[in-house]
Design a protein around this ligand. Structure first.
Ligand code: PLP
Length: 484
């Protein structure tokens, strides 16, 4: 009997069972099966594995695989996905279609900061959906303005930059597209001959997939198939003063930077570098854009990552998205009044951006994410994560190299490929993603409890033991990060 056939039988027995019952049956079946000495070694190992793991990846003949096989022929293959299919979430947990529960350290890539299926968010969505979903930007509605005002006021109140106005859109890429266009327009207003059009961004950054945001995301793998990029994009080295002095010139209309690079590996820009960058932008009359799409909205324990910086380092434009809708697609480009003064009617627009449904839900979410108690909790939880990470460092001194990040955007730098750890963690009930080169990324919901952190880190440790202390049999799953 082949390994696949055995697994097929196992799955047939277990199909449609609740997860607890499933696990019990799996264990009983496994111990009976392994007791049978006639089984080949590989098969025994496969059965043992199914018994040990709470959430073994669905097999080729599972209910999940059948659904995937039926649906994927209709989907443009833009992502590599691991086998489970998720259908339900609550708080920091998410369940797959086979009713298996996973603790979620990914929050949908730093999106579900208030957790999955938050009841208050659901209520606001429901109420507004019954009231008015969309009326277009050709007319006023009460919520686009209310959200814009709250973004501006909260930014100022929390020690952020001199925000004046906001443009509401639907995603992070679109927020950056608007920022790039605003920088171009600003450059043209400073230098009417059109020579001030260059945009400087940084190696290791990720700003999105649309042509403008991709043009400032210097990853050859993502840019090359779609070249040529926007003219005038230059790429500097993160945290390198010489690099910005060389590339940010009189021709530069804008510089875009993530104060903490998410996809690039949870790399943190130093305050000195951000200060020098601001100074250089001011010298040459370029606008400075902080992309806080991943690191903003209290993920660092401050409303924005730049709130920790002196005013002399603050940006002219800030882009946000992800957690702003807790899963509802929405983004915003917040600008100073000076930048806004260069934008006139017709310069930019969107059909869906600023619709009452999205804006009302984001208005609710922003109020909650800006709460001081939530921000204090983020710092306390960071400390808890770091304690666990230093224990992992002690246990795997050759593998765990460094912890980077702030608040609940943390990166654990490994000396080895982390993708088998991602698989092993998932099969033990923890979702975690990677970033940069060999970095495990921790961007959990900001409402995560200490118990959930302890539980998740215990699963992670188990997974690391399985991968690094019993090596050879766990394969990594590709595609657990946007950029590689
Ligand atoms: C820092 C940063 N900017 C921009 C984006 C693009 O956002 P979206 O995927 O919503 O277009 C992302 C997405 O991962 C991001 O992390």
């Amino acid at each position: 009997m082949s390994l696949r056939t055995c697994s097929a039988r196992l799955n047939a027995v277990l199909r449609n069972q609740s997860s607890v019952v499933t696990r019990t049956i799996r264990r009983q079946y496994a111990s009976a099966a392994t007791a049978a000495s006639s089984l080949p070694a590989g098969l025994k190992e496969a059965i043992d594995k199914e018994a040990r793991l709470s959430n073994p990846d669905p097999q080729y003949d599972s209910q999940t695989a059948r659904l995937v096989d039926a649906q994927s022929p209709f989907m443009v293959p833009t992502y590599v996905r691991p086998p489970p299919m998720f259908q339900q979430g609550e708080g920091c947990y998410i369940w797959d279609v086979e009713n298996r529960q996973y603790l979620d350290f990914t929050a949908g890539i730093a999106v579900n900061s208030l957790g999955h299926s938050d009841p208050e968010v659901a209520k606001v969505l429901y109420q507004q959906a019954q009231t008015l979903v969309h009326s277009s930007n050709l007319y006023y509605n009460p919520w686009t303005g209310a959200l814009s005002q709250l973004l501006v006021e909260k930014t100022r109140e929390h020690g952020g930059f001199n925000a004046g106005k906001a443009f509401i859109c639907n995603s992070g890429s679109e927020a950056n597209e608007a920022a790039i266009k605003f920088a171009r327009k600003h450059g043209r207003s400073v230098q009417s001959d059109g020579s001030k059009f260059e945009i400087v961004s940084f190696h290791g950054s990720f700003h999105g997939r649309t042509m403008g945001s991709l043009s400032v995301t210097p990853n050859p793998k993502y840019q090359k198939p779609f070249s040529p990029m926007l003219p005038g994009c230059k790429y500097a080295t993160y945290n390198d003063m010489d690099s910005i002095n060389e590339l940010v010139t009189e021709h530069t209309c804008g510089v875009i930077i993530e104060p903490i690079q998410g996809e690039g590996g949870v790399n943190v820009a130093t305050p000195e570098f951000l200060l020098a960058l601001r100074k250089r932008c001011t010298e040459v009359g370029a606008v400075l854009v902080h992309d806080e799409i991943q690191c903003g909205l209290s993920r660092t324990g401050k409303l924005w990552a730049h709130c920790d910086l002196p005013a002399e380092a603050h940006p002219d434009i800030l882009t946000t998205a992800k957690a702003l809708g807790n899963g509802f697609p929405i983004g915003a480009t917040i600008v100073t009044d000076e930048v806004s003064s260069k934008i006139v009617t017709g310069d930019h627009g969107t059909t869906f951006g600023g619709n009452p449904l999205g804006c009302r839900v984001a208005h609710h979410i922003l109020g909650r994410l800006a709460a001081p108690e939530l921000q204090a909790g983020v710092l306390q939880k960071e400390a808890r994560f770091r304690e666990h990470m230093s224990r992992l460092h002690q246990r795997f001194p050759k593998i765990v190299q460094e912890v980077r990040g702030r608040g609940l955007i943390l990166g654990l730098q490994l000396s080895a490929d982390p993708t088998p750890v991602v698989t092993a963690a998932r099969e033990r009930g923890l979702l975690i993603i990677t970033c940069g080169t060999n970095t495990l990324r921790f961007v959990p919901p900001l409402i995560i409890s200490n118990e959930e952190i302890n539980k998740g880190m215990a699963i992670l440790e188990d997974a690391m033991v399985a991968v690094f202390e019993e090596p050879g049999h766990i394969e990594g799953t590709d595609g657990q990060q946007e950029m590689r």
